[in-house]
Design a protein around this ligand. Structure first.
Ligand code: GFB
Length: 321
């Protein structure tokens, strides 16, 4: 398989303000390429004419499609229309426009929730579309499956070198710490931190704490995406994970240790558990020469530090205004 060289290339990162897109931009600083970005005010990715005009003007050689409407289990379950519509439209706009301006290579980012709720573990890429989806996030999953299929369809019909990567549950700097819309990791960091600061006796965890999740630091994910962009060119999507999972209760205990909160953990059983387990097989990506580097405990400690620094910077900003 011929390697794709990023040297001298114009590389568009769609979604550069998000956690994944910003990590890809950080990682691309080590490559001899020019990174292109556009803010939401400059380019609304849900408007087809704007996307096509921007692509025509800027003519990127390569595209990382990291733009998406994302959220945790509660947001996914509460706003199904937003998650389905916005993701389908923006990925269709970008992929079609990339085809029209002859983008040499495009990497589309999906999610491990594309797989059936009760898929055999660890989940191999071939499990796609072999069973019912998890109801709390089927809308987002359907949009992401459509993205994979678009890349495959443009490869099959037009020969475009469009590939897809399916990351597991990601965390790291730049995450969303809003308790209603966030994923579990930033939510637990915020809750444990607030409990420590206020001297509260307990933190509340949604659901039973028994679901298992696989977590990957976003810098590892960015590294994997750049690696795939360089070495992979084929029809199938590729899983991007850490290779091991923990229960939500174990995760809560790890976060509490990192934050320094020693109180009780209580459960809010009115909130959903979601899928019982989604540990992906990383065999395909390993076979392509990539393994993750950041251990979960180290990643949590670094993310907590970034959260504290961000909170501090925000307070300084407010008091200076
Ligand atoms: O991270 P999370 O929202 O996403 O939730 P999913 C993971 C697990 O953590 C669920 C539990 O069992 C939650 O009930 N949990 C415990 C919490 N406490 C909390 C909390 O305070 N906040 C949150 N958010 N969860 C999402 C999908 O599924 O994962 C998306 O909805 C996407 O489509 C993303 O695939 C990666 O892993 O359940």
């Amino acid at each position: 398989m011929a390697a794709y060289d990023l040297k001298g290339k114009k590389v568009y990162v769609a979604g550069h303000r998000g956690m994944v897109g910003s990590a890809i931009v950080r990682r691309l600083a080590a490559e001899a390429c020019t990174v292109l970005t556009a803010t939401r005010a400059e380019l609304d990715l849900t408007r087809q004419e704007q996307v096509e005009a921007w692509m025509e003007r800027n003519r990127p050689d390569a595209v990382f499609l990291a733009a998406a409407k994302v959220g945790g289990i509660f947001a996914n379950d509460t706003y199904p229309a937003d998650f389905l519509y916005e993701n389908m439209v923006l990925e269709a706009n970008i992929i079609h426009a990339a085809h029209k301006v002859d983008v040499e290579k495009l990497l589309f980012l999906g999610s491990s929730c594309i797989y059936p709720k009760f898929a055999d573990q660890p989940i191999v890429e071939e499990s796609l579309l072999t069973g019912e989806l998890e109801p709390t996030n089927e809308w987002y999953a359907i949009a992401k499956i459509a993205g994979i299929k678009l890349c495959q369809a443009y490869r099959k019909q037009h020969g475009n070198d469009f590939i897809s990567a399916m990351p597991t549950n990601l965390y790291g700097p730049g995450d969303n710490f809003d308790l209603k819309s966030s994923h579990v990791m930033p939510a637990l960091i915020r809750k444990a931190h607030d409990a420590k600061m206020s001297g509260a006796e307990s933190v509340t965890v949604w659901g039973t704490g028994t679901p298992r999740r696989e977590f990957l630091h976003v810098d590892d994910c960015a590294e994997a995406c750049v690696h795939l962009m360089k070495v992979y060119s084929d029809f199938s999507h590729v899983n991007v994970g850490s290779g091991s999972d923990v229960t939500i209760l174990e995760l809560t205990e790890m976060v509490c240790r990192a934050v320094g909160f020693a109180g009780k953990i209580v459960h809010d059983l009115s909130k959903p558990d979601g899928t019982p387990r989604k540990l992906m097989s990383g065999a395909k990506l390993q076979g392509l020469g990539w393994t993750p580097k950041i251990a979960l405990e180290d990643g949590i400690a670094a993310t907590y530090q970034a959260f504290v620094d961000g909170n501090f910077a925000e307070r300084q900003h407010v008091s200076a205004a």
